[in-house]
Design a protein around this ligand. Sequence first.
Ligand SMILES: Cc1cc2nc3c(=O)[nH]c(=O)nc-3n(C[C@H](O)[C@H](O)[C@H](O)COP(=O)(O)OP(=O)(O)OC[C@H]3O[C@@H](n4cnc5c(N)ncnc54)[C@H](O)[C@@H]3O)c2cc1C
Length: 526
Amino acid sequence: MELFWHRRDLRVADNVGLAAATGARDDDRGPAAPVFVFDPDVLDHASDVRVRRLLDGLAALRADYRDRGSDLLVARGDPETVLPELAGALDADRVVWNRDYSGLARERDASVRTALNDAGIDREAHHDAVLHTPDSIRTNAGDPYSVYTYYWKKWTGRETDAPAPTPEASDLVDADALATTVGGDGGALADGGGRPDGGVEADRVAVGDLPSPADLGFAEPDADIGAAGTEAARDRLDAFLSEAVFSYDAERDYPAREATSRMSAFLKYGEIGVREVYEATERATAAAEERTAKDDEAADGDGGGSDSDDDEGGPVAAVEEYQQQLAWREFYAQVLFHNPEVVTENYKTYEEGIAWRDDAEEIAAWKRGETGYPIVDAGMRQLREEAFMHNRVRMIVASFLTKDLLADWRHGYEHFRETLADHDTANDNGGWQWAASTGTDAQPYFRIFNPMTQGERYDPEAEYITEYVPELRGLDADLIHEWHELSPTQRANAAPEYPSPIVDHSERREEALAMYKRARGEDPEE
Ligand SMILES: Cc1cc2nc3c(=O)[nH]c(=O)nc-3n(C[C@H](O)[C@H](O)[C@H](O)COP(=O)(O)OP(=O)(O)OC[C@H]3O[C@@H](n4cnc5c(N)ncnc54)[C@H](O)[C@@H]3O)c2cc1C
């Protein structure tokens, strides 16, 4: 028997470590008992939104185990204490988990390894969260990549593993056996009899009993965070890959269109396996090739027209564009793996240091979505309402915070960490440091988004803006996109409840350029 420790992999399907521990892959192993541990150190860094999302993901995982006649063990405490005790009580041969590449998780895993060694219990860690491990793609000189385009060239077309096999009921310890061992009257843990030196305290482990957010010290979030779990992830992915993916490259930047997959929270909690997602995109590529061939035939039949191979884009390229986003996720995972300090430090060195302005009132207005820049405010309010924000808008609000408000990217990162359901240390940090021109392969410091033209280009009819900023509903899109140019009287007449711009973009742009030049040790006047 083995103990499988779930962390950021809340699924039974395509779970590499679970497949190994349960014997789904190798008949000589298993059955396994699955456990999730609420670790106080992890909860210290959690937020209302993410705790709710985690609990929903765990409820879905538990249902998947119950469908297989088993259940999820739920424990509270330091994993380095709980896991050896639980493994001892269950008489498990081994504790198995999937690797997590962030610095904090690696430190925790090292302590758990030591504790298990001390207890004489075997353990095993698997690569699961990414298609290609952080160490597997390196430059020809053997260094990790810091430029995405080169990383992508090695990532794409590389051989990938097939999805890991899904355990069946016989691969899992059944629910009754779990209950007898762990809880209730006479359970090995309830009477402290699991190990010669005492078992796990009874209130630390329960069978399938999930706490409420309040039990963990969190509140119910106001945001509507959407469905969790493998089934919801698969439904969403199937719907996306059946149509939207074929125009993903052309549509993905328009926040009012349902043009992206919304896989981020599912991937963050590991409710769907990345091998499964990738395999589905490969099927989409085959479908795109078929479509292209049919279009070409039809064009030939019409006696001419353009060969779709010559067209820019096309469905095959659109699917590849989607795969590129999966590669960005792995690119940032390897950046974090090789540079754990980026969580708090600039990746790129500015020899004089960046003298951020950090105006508390401006930062607060940004968080509230009251900057008087409609696309920025719409994004910040989408974040508040849905614990999600469209990628293009994340780029716009991040640029606005760092280059219009001249505020340190860490304020933005912290706010996103608190409020995003899909917050992922590697991706969130990568996104912020990209926008602030401090990261790997970042936006050059002199490229500063103009929030008005971004709004005009990517939300021309102001549909996204007016969905989240009701004060501007009913106004002409042109008026909304010119908001910063209107006089105070025009603004007061058009939308009296909506704020005037809190800063002047053109002035702040100049200030930002000077700030970065000084940070680079250059004369801002030149
Ligand atoms: C400032 C900033 C902060 C961000 N914070 C996060 C975060 O905390 N968590 C997160 O998952 N993504 C983050 N992103 C990346 C991106 O915005 C989201 O992954 C994307 O909007 C999620 O929507 P989707 O699933 O519909 O994406 P799709 O366009 O459908 O992309 C598919 C998947 O690819 C990955 N992906 C897409 N874009 C990126 C990217 N730029 N970097 C890394 N992976 C990407 C995600 O896993 C995503 O689910 C951030 C971007 C910026 C600019």
